[in-house]
Design a protein around this ligand. Structure first.
Ligand code: FE2
Length: 299
């Protein structure tokens, strides 16, 4: 899945010990070479072209086949409809600009370059302007069906599907507008937590059966096959914001909405009037003071 949006500040993404790539110096060099180009990259400027290797294209193709089959089984119907128009080539890793040009024509969104975790204010706030921070590097080929950090496959197979669809694009903008209105870490943490348990890890009931709509689930073959066995709970804002993130590995607790119309009502209801006083009005905890991840892992 893609790195979750959380606080930046040099946080290491995921659990290095679990990632086969961190024991492979050649992979680390390649990943960092691609990621470093995001440093200082202006929001909305075209992403540089990446000359992907044959091995990286092969990883893409392996994931493409497996993931589409898993999505057919476990994704909700709205996601499968969006996938039909999303920029997901079968033959190899697409360039950011190819993806962006397609998304822009569909919903006005574009990818903007990220090198890993992006600070909440920038990551979430950019969505109000129609930009989604996305990385370009590819997961390690030894474990193509799972990655503890967001990579280009997470961003395209998860967020790229969402952002091809006006319904989901509106929800991203709703998150972005709320983030753009606030400045404190606590308010931004609150929004990022709602984002995490909905647009990254959300599930929805379809004929009383759980189906995935969150980007992290959609882009993880392993999680698509297992999320229905997770502790699925009805969407509850007060409970959700108290839930610690599970950064690496599978999410043990997920929240379920009755329908995507229900999701839209919930997000608009909470975020449209969101400001620095929202936490107090809802009597929600001060996250940083209660020891919740000050830096929840993103993606
Ligand atoms: Fe993501």
């Amino acid at each position: 899945m893609s790195l979750t949006p959380l606080d930046a500040g040099g946080t290491t993404v995921g659990c290095a010990g679990e990632h086969p790539g961190f024991a492979d110096p050649a992979y680390v060099r390649r990943r960092n070479l691609i990621a470093e180009r995001a440093e200082g990259h202006p929001l909305g400027e075209p992403s540089p072209e990446v000359h992907y290797t044959d091995a990286e294209h092969a990883t893409w193709r392996a994931v493409h086949g497996a993931l589409l089959r898993a999505q057919d089984l476990w994704a909700c119907r709205e996601v499968l409809g969006a996938r039909g128009v999303a920029p997901i080539p079968a033959d190899g890793v697409p360039q950011h600009e190819e993806v962006s040009n397609r998304l822009q024509a569909l919903t006005g969104f574009r990818f903007t370059l990220a090198g890993g975790i992006v600070a909440n204010k920038r990551f979430l706030g950019a969505m109000a302007k129609g930009y989604f921070h996305a990385v370009q590097y590819v997961r390690h080929p030894a474990m193509p069906l799972y990655t503890p950090e967001p990579d280009v496959l997470h961003d395209v197979f998860g967020h790229g599907i969402h952002l091809a669809d006006p319904f989901f694009a509106d929800l991203y903008r709703t998150v972005g507008r709320a983030a753009a209105r606030v400045e404190t870490a606590d308010a931004l943490d609150l929004i990022s937590r709602v984002y995490w348990f909905t647009l990254e890890y959300g599930t929805v009931l379809e004929q009383r059966r759980p189906r995935a709509y969150g980007a992290a689930l959609l882009s993880s073959y392993g999680e698509l096959g297992r999320f229905a066995q997770a502790d699925l709970r009805p969407f509850d804002l007060a409970e959700l914001v108290r839930m610690p993130y599970q950064v690496a590995g599978y999410q043990p607790i997920l929240f379920t909405v009755q329908s995507l119309a229900h999701l839209a009502d919930l997000l608009h209801g909470f975020l449209d009037g969101f400001d620095e006083s929202t936490r107090d009005r809802y009597r929600l905890p001060v996250l940083s003071e209660r020891g919740f991840m000050a830096r929840p892992p993103t993606r």
